[in-house]
Design a protein around this ligand. Structure first.
Ligand SMILES: [Zn+2]
Length: 118
């Protein structure tokens, strides 16, 4: 009876350790993050996995949906950022020059595959 309890405890601990390792690997591994800087200062970072709308001050509005980030709205005169296609890969970025807003992807999940393919 007592020996079974030890086995049970050890089993639970082992399972918890494996789960923790798995989660840490996921976080540092292939989770893409959207990084926003305004005028050179970091405005915020957001997970690309979560659908959301990010208001960037009163000048830009970023939409994150389905693993893509795209500028939904901006008050800049050229609208280059709004017309830019959605970004999802590591190193890709949308730049709104008039508003000094830079949106970029970090740790994009497909970057590693690209590196091997090239
Ligand atoms: Zn713009």
């Amino acid at each position: 009876m007592k020996r079974n309890d030890w086995f049970l405890a050890a089993g639970i601990l082992a399972a918890a350790a494996i789960l923790l390792c798995f989660q840490m690997f996921r976080k540092t591994g292939d989770q893409a993050v959207v990084s926003i800087t305004v005028d050179g200062d970091l405005y915020g970072t957001y997970s690309l996995d979560e659908d959301r709308i990010v208001e960037i001050n009163d000048t830009n509005r970023l939409e994150i949906r389905g693993g893509y980030a795209r500028m939904e709205w901006a008050d800049c005169p050229d609208q280059v950022c709004v017309n830019h296609q959605g970004i999802s890969r590591d190193g890709e970025s949308i730049i709104c020059l008039p508003n000094q807003v830079v949106v970029s992807i970090e740790n994009g999940e497909s970057s590693g595959v690209d590196g091997i393919a090239r």
